[in-house]
Design a protein around this ligand. Structure first.
Ligand code: GLU
Length: 490
């Protein structure tokens, strides 16, 4: 059987973790089985449609490197791939269901439906359409159509019996027909289809073999099964993957942190890291392997390894992955990746001067091991480009020291640093170690006030390398400045 799968987003919001995971799973499944991956834009909800969301969809897919075999931009034999350009197809199919006795025109005005809902609420009955128009006499229907009374087309859901379908992950699922939404609308009065009709018609006409999507769509399946049956079509295979959850077991949302891919991109996550990590939320290759390139996933993905339990999205784990992928970059690549952040944060001239670029070249090896996301770069290396305008007192005088000892350490440190250019890094390290020992201190404690004076922070890239980039003169000047401030404090 030839595999044809699709990602069918509605452009109503930015692409988020859950959606992109669905896209990736479909894409990998298609690639691994030499099938086709189709992108279909489900843009029939005009009230919620957003051009920004549509642009974001293409940008995100492009940034992640997910290409589609059929869809917007590339075409294909089953287009158009925007549902808003297929309205005639849906009308034709809705009319076909009327002819087959599987659907009916409903002329109930919105006011009647509203009243009905209110009454049901008052009586604490289940809310739903009372099928008022289901059995209208044919003459009445013809007359109302002729009079152009606004109408919708509704599906005739069987009143008895049950609907059964099979989900690859969840097994057999049964639902009593009387518990299904009562005769859902297929075609709205403005000629637009509902999700149910457009989704089923397109999946069938586009030859989709497997529907692989999140479990939030599971409640729609019984209705879809009735639509397939009503047309006399064979439904595709279904596979509904558990939702992406936050660590607290709730559906992943803004409350947990960033969810849109755009935000992750802006913060400096790499596409490789996101793809790798997102693919492991609800899927695994075996019980141990964690690193996968996109190309490997394109070969190794199987539905069998999807997880039945909800996938938990762990931001810390993603940071870890991102750090690992940053370290895999060579210095030139990483430089190209961090430059936009340094420019945006105003640390470099635009275009950067030669001197600035030299500092950037020198700092890349110093920060590579420490960066978890690219946006952290400016905070980490700001001291190399601008003077430190403010020191925090808690930082400058370490917990176990007072102002006097701090001044002593800074003075000794200054002496050593003045001599730095005469020695190699190893020699300097040894000199520092000896000095700390002489003063009865651990090297880390001895270095702390010096680190803060030079970098403005208690955490910084390796200090010796940083001083080399900054220049001895500037480093010494900063230490002297801090000594002066501290002298006033004693
Ligand atoms: N348009 C739906 C969405 O926004 C598609 C759901 C499906 O895959 O059937 O996700």
């Amino acid at each position: 059987m030839s595999i044809r799968v699709r990602y069918a987003p509605s452009p109503t919001g930015l692409q988020h973790i859950g959606g992109v995971r669905t896209a990736l799973f479909n894409y990998f499944f298609a690639r691994a089985n030499k099938g086709k991956f189709i992108l279909r834009v489900e843009d029939t909800d005009r009230a919620r449609y957003s051009k920004e969301a549509l642009d974001d969809l293409f940008e995100t897919m492009h940034w992640l490197g997910i290409s589609w075999d059929e869809g917007p931009g590339v075409g294909g034999d089953y287009g158009p791939y925007f549902q808003s350009q297929r309205l005639h197809v849906y009308r034709e199919h809705a009319e076909k269901l009327i002819q087959r006795g599987e659907a009916y025109y409903c002329f109930c005005p919105p006011e009647r439906l509203k009243r009905l809902r209110e009454e049901q609420q008052k009586k604490k009955e289940s809310i739903g359409y009372d099928r008022f128009c289901r059995d209208l006499p044919q003459e009445e229907v013809s007359r109302k159509i002729k009079e152009q009374i606004p109408h919708v087309i509704r599906l005739k859901v069987p009143l008895e019996g049950e609907t059964l379908f099979y989900d690859k992950l969840l097994g057999e699922i049964k639902k009593k027909n009387r518990d299904l939404p009562s005769d859902p609308v297929l075609l709205k009065s403005d000629g637009y289809p509902t999700y149910h009709l457009a989704n089923v018609v397109d999946d069938h006409l586009m030859g989709i073999s497997h529907i692989l999507r999140a479990q939030e769509w599971l409640p729609s399946v019984p209705i879809h099964i009735h639509i397939y049956r009503a047309f006399g079509w064979e439904p595709p295979f279904f596979c509904h993957v558990p939702m992406v959850m936050g660590k607290d077991g709730q559906k992943l949302s803004k409350r947990h942190g960033s969810t849109s891919i755009r935000e992750f991109r802006e913060q400096g996550y790499l596409p490789e890291a996101l793809i790798n990590y997102i693919s492991l939320v609800g899927w695994s290759y075996d019980d141990s392997r964690e690193f996968f390139s996109k190309e490997e996933l394109e070969r190794l993905f199987t539905l069998d390894r999807l997880n039945k339990a909800p996938g938990v999205f762990d931001y810390k784990k993603l940071d870890w992955f991102n750090g690992q992928y940053i370290r895999m970059k060579d210095d030139e690549e990483l430089k190209a990746l961090v430059l936009p952040y340094l420019l945006k944060d105003g640390l470099l001239s635009n275009p950067p001067t030669e001197r600035e670029l030299k500092i950037v070249d020198g700092m890349i090896p110093l920060v590579k091991e420490r960066l978890k996301k690219l946006s952290e770069i400016s905070g980490m290396v700001k001291f190399l480009f601008v003077e430190i305008d403010q020191y925090s007192k808690e930082d400058i005088i370490p917990k176990k020291m007072n102002a006097e000892t701090t001044i002593r350490v800074l003075k000794e440190g200054r002496k050593l640093i003045e001599e730095f250019p005469k020695h190699t890094d190893e020699e300097n390290e040894e000199l520092i170690r000896r000095k700390a020992e002489e003063m009865g201190m651990k090297v880390g404690s001895f270095m702390m006030p010096i680190r803060v004076a030079i970098t403005g922070s208690t955490v910084s890239p390796p200090l010796l390398g940083s001083i080399r980039l900054l220049g001895t003169e500037k480093a010494v000047k900063r230490i002297s400045g801090v000594i002066e401030v501290l002298k006033k404090a004693v």
